[in-house]
Structure formats: C-alpha cells, structure tokens
Design a protein around this ligand. Structure first.
Ligand code: PMP
Length: 388
C-alpha cells in the first residue's frame, strides 16, 4: 500500500458519557439507544417499511397534521431546510425570510443558492415578530414563501405562529416553519395554523441521535411541487421520489431512492413512541415546568434571561446574559471538566453575550434543571470564572 494504516486507528476508541444540556443534541433514552444499536436491516425490508409507516403516523401526531407528504429526510435539521427551498422555490422566485437569529440568515443564504431572490426582515436580538410586521413585509414583497423559525436556539426566542398562516394565505404566500429546536417542547399545530411546510430534527426533544429531519408538506405545498416547471435541483431532496419511498402517495411500489439508515429509523420510531405514550400535552407541560424551574433558579443566582418577557422565551433553550465580570468560556469549561455537562455560549448574534442552556426530551427533568443550576452556582463562585 502507498498509504499505511493510520496509527490513530490502532488505539481503542473512547466514547465519553456526557450530559448534553446545550441547545442540542440532547441525550437519548436507553430505549432509543437500544433501538439504534441493533444489527443493520435492509432499507427495503418489510420491518423497515413498517417502522417508516409508524414514523409517518408519529410525525403526523407531533406536527398535528393530516398531511400525506410527511416523512423524515436522511440528514440533520439543515437537510429539512434544504428540502424546503429545493422543493418549493424555483430560480428567480421571491422568498421572504424572517430573521430572528442565525437560522433565518442561514435560510436566506440557502434560498439564494437555489436561485431564489431572498428578502429579509429582521427583529432585534431577543425579540419576536408581530403579525403586523409580517403582514407589512408580505404586502410589500409579495413573496412565494415566508420562512420563519418557531424556536430560535441562537437567541432563545419563541415565535408565536397563531395567525401567521392566515396572513400568508391571504397574500397567496406559502408558510414554511423551522421547528428544529421547538417541536415537542411547545405546542405546534401544522393544520390548525395553516403551515405549508414544517421540518424539525431528531436530536432535540424527540430524543434520537442526529441524522433524520422530520418534514411535512401541506396539500397546497405538494401541489406546488407537482407543478414545478423545473426539476428539483437536488436529487437527494426530491420529494416526488422520496415521497414514494416513504409511501406517501398511496402507490403499491416503494421505489429505492437512497439507503435509509435502519438504525436511525428504529431509533426515531422509538423516540416518537415515547412521546405518544407520554402524550404530547404532557411532554409540552414537562418542558414548560422545567423551564419555569430554571428561570426561578437563575433568578436566585442573580442571572438574567436574555428574553425579557416569559411568554417569548423558548422553554427548550434558555439564553442567559453573561454577567459583565464573568468569562463565559470558563463557565462552560468548568461544567464540562468537572461534571461532563455541556452548556454552551452564544451563537451568531448572541456570540459572547449569553450562555445557552437546553432542556430537551430525555433531559427535561427537575433533576437535570437542579443539576445545571448547581453547576452554574459553583462555576460562578469559582475564582477562575471572574474577569479581573
Ligand atoms: N434550526 C434551528 C432552530 C436549530 O436549532 C438548528 C440546530 N441547532 C438547526 C436549524 C440546524 O439543525 P442541524 O444542526 O441538526 O442541522
């Protein structure tokens, strides 16, 4: 061989066990880990097709929709975003992106790569959009699609979606929603809120490893895809073909599109089953109660959430203002070094300004809230975290 086996691969692998309480991924339950740890099964085998069918049912439950075209793309959350733009916009068409943090900026970038004209409206960091702001922008721009994030994990802001779909449809605009950081942690009603496409990620509240992005298209969005003048530019995201493999159109054959990971499929099936067993209302309530407990604890520690009004706070990701005399990197490092606990600094517009604490799925428990508060208190009392 010209190239020798790498020395690094001769060492035994060390996989640490960490408590993931940043903005995601979150830890998986033992039941999900058991499901993903099985022997590989063929992606066209009946057991995998059955699990895919059960996932579709589970996703219709968590998205609260009757949409036929509901499935999971083989990718992290970004794959859901890619699938939105590659399927629903064609070169030269206009989209409006509501930028409340890094995800809107990413979406606008992505839309432009597909040849769309992306217009942006933004809100100040730590705030949401009002219906009037959204309506004004839609009226001015007449876009084909509005992209908005329900739970912005870079700012910790929860965006209410009530009424947004009505406005969009009044102006013949499709509504696309990112729920990667929010789905399962707050209520979401795809049909009731007239959402045309919604996507999420498997690794947050759903409590699975990263690698699958649930997505659902309304009948209206499905029609837009069917009537495209140009082919979907990326084969991998093409819902016309992928939807057949997931048997969303009621056909008798399920053609091969790509090799779906049976391990991730079984994991997602179990993640959704756990949510179905607990009941979505209870899951949402658990996240709300945990967030409330976190806010109270932060208050006792003299720490201030970035988002002032409680109703605008995302329960799954809390952004905490870094006090002036504190070095956020040292706090994050202290938690990891002493407790194998991940909390994170800011991202995008909040970089260097906040700590981000995640309470998601398996980790949304009182015990984990108390743990993160205890670790924060210790870190803040530690002389090394103070900026002198
Ligand atoms: N949107 C939001 C709101 C997110 O929080 C994230 C991930 N943190 C993404 C999109 C991108 O997801 P992924 O990293 O799984 O690709």
């Amino acid at each position: 061989m010209d190239i020798l086996p790498p020395e690094s691969l001769k060492n035994e692998i060390i996989i640490p066990n960490k408590i993931l309480m940043g903005p995601g991924p979150s830890n998986c339950s033992p039941r999900v880990l058991h499901a993903v740890g099985h022997q590989v099964v063929g992606h066209m085998h009946p057991e995998v097709f059955q699990a895919m069918d059960e996932i579709k049912e589970g996703l219709r439950y968590v998205f609260q929709t009757k949409n036929d075209l509901t499935l999971a793309v083989s990718a992290s959350g970004h794959g859901g975003m890619e699938a939105v733009f590659s399927n629903l916009v064609e070169p030269g068409e206009k989209v409006l992106v509501a930028v409340s943090g890094i995800w809107g900026s990413r979406a606008a970038d992505m839309a432009r790569r597909y040849g769309a004209v992306a217009k942006e409206i933004s809100t100040e960091v730590g705030n949401d959009f009002s219906l009037a702001q959204l309506e004004n922008a839609i009226q001015n721009e007449s876009p084909k699609l509005l992209f908005i994030v329900q739970g912005d994990s870079s700012t910790g802001v929860y965006q209410s979606l009530e009424g947004v779909g009505d406005i969009c449809h009044r102006y013949n605009c499709l509504l696309a929603v990112d729920t990667v950081a929010s789905l399962g942690g707050v209520a979401f009603f795809a049909d009731r809120w007239k959402v045309d496409v919604v996507y999420s990620g498997s690794q947050k509240v759903i409590g699975c490893p990263p690698g699958l992005a649930p997505i659902s298209f309304s009948p209206k969005a499905q029609k837009v895809i069917q009537e495209r003048k140009t082919p979907v530019p990326v084969f991998y995201w093409d819902m016309k073909i992928l939807g057949q493999q997931w048997n969303c159109f009621g056909g008798s054959v399920r053609p091969y599109h790509h090799t779906v990971s049976s391990n991730l499929i079984f994991g997602l099936r179990e993640g959704l089953a756990i949510i179905a067993e607990e009941g979505l209302e209870n899951v949402i309530r658990r996240h709300k109660e945990c967030a409330q407990r976190l806010y109270e604890g932060l208050n006792r520690l003299g720490l201030q959430p970035l988002v002032a009004e409680v109703y605008k706070r995302l329960p799954t990701v809390t952004t905490v203002v870094v006090p002036e005399n504190v070095n956020w990197r040292t706090v994050v490092g202290f938690a990891m070094k002493n407790y194998s606990l991940e909390i994170n600094g800011g991202l995008g517009p909040t970089e260097g300004k906040v700590l981000r604490i995640g309470l998601m799925g398996y980790n949304a428990t009182r015990q984990k809230v108390d743990l993160v508060l205890r670790v924060l208190q210790e870190a803040l009392e530690h002389p090394g975290t103070r900026v002198t």
